[in-house]
Ligand binder design. Structure first.
Ligand SMILES: Nc1ncnc2c1ncn2[C@@H]1O[C@H](COP(=O)(O)OP(=O)(O)OP(=O)(O)O)[C@@H](O)[C@H]1O
Length: 318
């Protein structure tokens, strides 16, 4: 049974109705996406800024109600209108560790909240649990009385990870968890995440725009473009053997640690206008292989060889 299964998940942000003229359809941040994450797997999600990564992540952890689609965790359909129910199963680690922690709360208060709310834990049990979790992320108990601004980025991110672990979830959605950190600290946090995953039997959804990082940490990778999945494949082969021209474009932009996923040297680097999406394939305007068909018909995701899927009318040979 997969740890996480999403089917047709989509989000449109409504726009205010203009004073004059007809209502506008809204911003389609995520078009219907479907995928699953196996138990114990790390699924990487990559895409350029604005492709819908954070919107997808926020829906998965119940912070944002989807416009369409379903989310199943460990075989159980989640009530997407009841975000509270998600907390014990799936947790979120934010990109910017400092601003994701309430500056007026001590770290102990930050850690106590999920234990109280989700596990009704109090007194010595709760304190013991906090100490255990803190030790597992290599932080000392004396930090518990301090405030978030007293920590470096790497320490603050470990606190963010500890807070997620306090809920005792099965799945953690890591949204650019090392992008805001110094390169020297990134590897430490990535190693810690790998260690925690095997120790607690976790499943990860790892969102990033950093190709080198996603290739290193993932088992499989989902490539998003303009709110939709364009390719899914194994981490070790998807960039070496891309079937979708967009994945190839990413791979050709010579991944360097920390380098954002954009290829400014390519012609037409603009994403389509989300208020006025093109009728066919969203990548057609940038694609060297595009034909008339691509400009009118949006391709479905189809199997391409073993363990790979791509949404393209004219896929690369592989
Ligand atoms: N609350 C909102 N209201 C309207 N549009 C939104 C809202 N949040 C996001 N969007 C739009 O949805 C699209 C996807 O945004 P999202 O933040 O999910 O992308 P992203 O891939 O996470 O980008 P980044 O890496 O820059 O955070 C963008 O076009 C964005 O402008």
């Amino acid at each position: 049974m997969p740890a996480l299964k999403v089917d047709g998940l989509a989000k449109t942000f409504p726009l205010k109705k203009p004073l004059f003229g007809p209502a506008r359809p809204g911003v389609r941040a995520v078009r219907p996406v479907s995928f699953q994450v196996e138990t114990g797997e790390t699924l990487g999600v990559v895409g350029e800024s604005g492709c819908g990564k954070s919107t997808l992540a926020r829906m998965l952890v119940g912070l944002l109600e989807p416009s369409e689609g379903t989310i199943e965790i460990a075989g159980k359909a989640q009530d997407t209108a009841d975000p509270a129910a998600f907390g014990k199963l799936i947790q979120y680690v934010f990109q910017d560790p400092n601003s994701s922690l309430n500056p007026r709360k001590t770290i102990r208060q930050v850690m106590e909240a999920p234990l109280k709310r989700l596990h009704a834990m109090s007194g010595p049990d709760r304190d013991r649990r906090i100490s255990e979790i803190f030790a597992s992320v290599n932080l000392r108990d004396e930090f518990l009385g301090r405030y978030p601004h007293e920590f470096s980025g790497g320490q603050a991110q470990r606190i963010g990870i500890a807070r997620a672990l306090a809920a005792d979830p099965r799945i953690i959605v890591l949204d650019e968890p090392v992008s805001a950190l110094d390169v020297s600290v990134q590897a430490q946090v990535l190693n810690l995440l790998a260690d925690l995953k095997s120790r607690f039997g976790l499943t990860y959804l790892f969102i990033t725009h950093d190709l080198a990082v996603v290739e290193a940490v993932s088992d499989r990778i989902v490539v998003l473009y303009f709110g939709a999945v364009v390719e899914i494949g194994k981490a070790e082969s998807i960039f070496a053997n891309p079937r979708h021209p967009y994945t190839k474009l990413l791979a050709d932009s010579a991944p360097v640690v920390g380098r954002p996923l954009t290829a400014p040297e390519q012609k037409g680097t603009e994403l389509p206008d989300p208020l006025n999406p093109p009728p066919g394939c969203a990548f057609a305007g940038r694609c060297p292989r595009a034909t008339d068909l691509c400009r009118v018909q949006d391709p479905d995701l189809k199997p391409m060889g073993e363990d790979q899927l791509a949404a393209c009318h004219h896929p690369l040979e592989g």
